[in-house]
Design a protein around this ligand. Structure first.
Ligand code: TPP
Ligand code: DXP
Ligand code: MG
Length: 641
């Protein structure tokens, strides 16, 4: 266990109300202690660090000025909410964060009344806050009461369409709503886009606003009748950053920029807003990601997420890896193919490193596009690239592709455009928990006419699937693969183009056939080996394709075995459902086949290690073994853990 910091004042703060009696000087001290505690805690657990460090002062100031949980403080993405958790009755559990049975790494309604809205996908906070404001004004029932609705949204999250949809609506409704734009000039990677440049311009052109300036600029949220006189006064002042911003055009009062680490600016500004706000207001706060911890501040991602680390040196404690990560295999294979084909290009939605497209960006920057947190646009942009004669790879985590689903259907599938979807983080991802689980993509893609849907059983298979996708111009194609390292198989120098809709036999056995789709194959083989010891020798096949199915392979397995069991890392409605449909259509059930489909359960599984999450899901080798025995009616004694 690492040394815990001395935090005498923070120790007195169990809930935000305890901040109320403190002086501004004491609040500054609370912020300093909160920063030390956040660093110490994350050093023991790993997790999101940089974003939280950047909002320490803002967190203290918000809780000191407003009255949560009556006032609703809504953290966008909420990866920056660790300091908020520490201040809101969860300090004693902060070292359980992102672990099995511990605190979530994100805000979660079921975890605390101080988390009025759960998040983890970005850019939802303004919509949710506006909903709270409207519910308040309509007299909706609320256990915690109704107060202000305050959205805290980052500059990266501000690149997504949802944020503008919400501001457009908020400006129209004109309700009292507070949006704090936490501008640290960072997403996970450096932010991209015209909006980012616009924000930089806003504060490059104007110095930080003092309380005096803010008061002068706060014309538009002053109640009548003071507004007119104040406006005349403001008009006489030259060079203010207030007035004429995009936000004002959308119907918001704009305040800022304000130094988000200076409590002497933050506290009076927030108090003024609380006392006088009228209609929607956007407060532009400038912060530094990783603030106050040199190893985080010095990292290119400003310490976005980290493994456990040594507080003094900042050195991370990572387990050595035995195999390349799927992400790296994807990135390297794409670069290899792009070298031979100038039509290959790539799209990421703010996740260049996470998807491995950083490799492509380094080698072929003009063919690599980071669209910002904008999955919807990213998918349609890729559709346009495909229509324009390119071979685009849209590399998007399974969970984030959900946001671009209508674009997948309407812009890609209906037009049969050959967009290649590289779907990383398929299946259960571990510490990020339910919000980031890649559970649904097989189901929501394989039901689309003309889509080819593949899943890689190992890293070599992934290489083949990247090559297969590159060569496939007939329509959309997707391949999914899990988070983390591969299984350690020998890697082919080059990917081979697979025959569309053709699976492969892994081992020939009898009585029961195990039909795997994706990276559970390792567990399936392990189960088959364990069953050998019980005198049962299953056949094992890797389906490779959920669409089109390998009909010959599946029907042969069905006809030659007493039982057929499909296994996948996805929710119901995916591969197994398509297999069941085929078997039903072909009348195979009429012959007495015992068919079982092992899928993720119909629940959202909380964070834990991937193995623990798969144990909850009942998809580990021992579960597969048990399913075989149960299906064959073999008595089970001493089930393996
Ligand atoms: C829809 C969606 N796409 C991608 C992500 C991955 N993601 C998490 S945080 C983040 C960067 C957010 O940047 P910003 O809002 O500026 O917050 P900061 O980390 O800078 O505080 C990204 C891209 C996500 N959570 N949700
Ligand atoms: C908050 C968020 O959405 C990302 O930071 C995410 O946690 C990254 O996940 P990976 O670690 O799997 O890239
Ligand atoms: Mg940011």
């Amino acid at each position: 266990m690492s040394d815990r910091p001395q935090t005498p004042l923070l120790d007195r703060v169990q809930v935000p109300a305890d901040l109320k009696g403190l002086s501004d000087r004491e609040l500054r001290q609370v912020a300093d202690e909160l920063r030390s505690e956040t660093i110490a805690a994350v050093s023991e657990t790993g997790g999101h660090l940089g974003a939280g460090l950047g909002v320490v002062e803002l967190t203290v100031a918000l809780h000191a000025v407003w009255d949560a949980p009556r006032d609703k403080i809504i953290w966008d993405v909420s990866h920056q909410s660790y300091p908020h958790k520490i201040l809101t009755g969860r300090r004693d559990r902060i070292r359980t964060i992102r672990q099995k049975d511990g605190l979530s790494g994100f805000t979660k309604r079921s975890e605390s009344p101080y988390d009025p809205f759960g998040a983890a996908h970005s850019s939802t906070s303004i919509s949710a806050a506006l909903g709270f404001a409207a519910a308040r004004d309509l007299g909706g029932a609320s256990e915690t009461g109704h107060g202000d609705a305050i959205a805290v949204i980052g500059d990266g999250a501000m690149s997504a369409g949802m944020a503008y949809e919400a501001m457009n609506h908020a400006g129209h409704l004109g309700k009292r709503l507070i949006v704090i734009l936490n501008d640290n000039e960072m997403s996970i990677a450096p932010p991209v886009g015209a909006m980012s440049s616009y924000l930089s311009q806003l504060y490059a052109e104007a110095p930080f606003q003092s309380l005096k300036d803010v008061a002068k600029g706060a014309v538009s949220f002053l109640p009548e009748p003071f507004r007119e006189g104040a406006k005349r006064a403001k008009d006489m002042i030259k060079g203010m950053a207030v007035g004429g911003t995009l936000f004002e055009a959308l119907g918001f009062s704009y305040l800022g920029p304000i130094d988000g680490h200076d409590m002497d600016s933050l506290l009076p500004v927030l108090r003024t807003v609380k006392a006088r706000a009228h209609g929607p207001i956007l407060i532009h706060v400038i912060t530094k990601k990783g603030k106050g911890y040199a190893p985080a501040e010095g990292r290119p991602d400003r310490g976005h997420a980290t493994a456990k680390f040594d507080v003094v040196s900042g050195e991370q404690k990572k387990a050595p890896s035995n195999a390349p990560s799927y992400t790296k295999v994807f990135g390297e294979t794409l670069v290899q193919l792009a070298a031979e084909d100038s039509r290959i290009c790539a799209v990421t939605a703010a996740m260049p490193d996470g998807t491995g497209l950083n490799l492509m960006a380094e080698r072929y920057p003009s063919r690599t596009f980071d669209v910002g947190i904008a999955e919807q646009h990213g998918v349609t942009f890729a559709a346009g690239l495909a229509a324009g004669g390119m071979r685009p790879f849209a590399a998007i985590y399974s969970t984030f592709l959900q946001r671009g689903y209508d674009q997948v259907v309407h812009d890609v599938a209906i037009q049969r455009l050959p967009v290649r979807f590289a779907i990383d983080r398929a299946g259960l991802v571990g510490a990020d928990g339910a919000t980031h689980a890649g559970s649904f993509d097989t189901a929501f893609l394989a039901n689309l006419p003309g889509f080819v849907v593949m899943a890689a059983a190992d890293e070599a298979e992934l290489r083949h699937m990247v090559a297969t996708a590159a060569a496939h111009d007939a329509g959309p194609i997707a391949f999914r693969y899990p988070r983390g390292e591969g299984v350690g198989v020998e890697m082919p120098e080059r990917g081979e183009v697979l025959e569309i809709g053709r699976g492969r036999m892994i081992r020939q056995g009898a009585r029961v056939a195990l039909l795997s789709f994706g990276a559970r194959l390792k567990e399936v083989v392990e189960a088959a080996e364990a069953l050998e010891a019980r005198g049962i020798s299953p056949s094992v096949a890797d389906a490779r394709f959920a669409k089109p199915l390998d009909r010959d392979l599946i029907l042969t397995l069905a006809r030659e075995h007493e039982a057929l069991i499909s296994i996948e890392e996805g929710a119901v409605g995916g591969f197994g459902s398509h297999v069941a449909q085929l078997l039903a259509e072909e009348g195979v059930f009429d012959n007495g086949l015992k068919f079982r489909s092992m899928v993720l359960p119909d629940t959202f599984i909380d964070q834990a290690s991937p193995a623990d999450m798969y144990a909850v899901a009942g998809l580990n080798a021992s579960d597969i073994e048990a399913k075989v025995l149960d299906t064959l009616g073999v008595a089970q004694m001493g089930r393996r853990a």
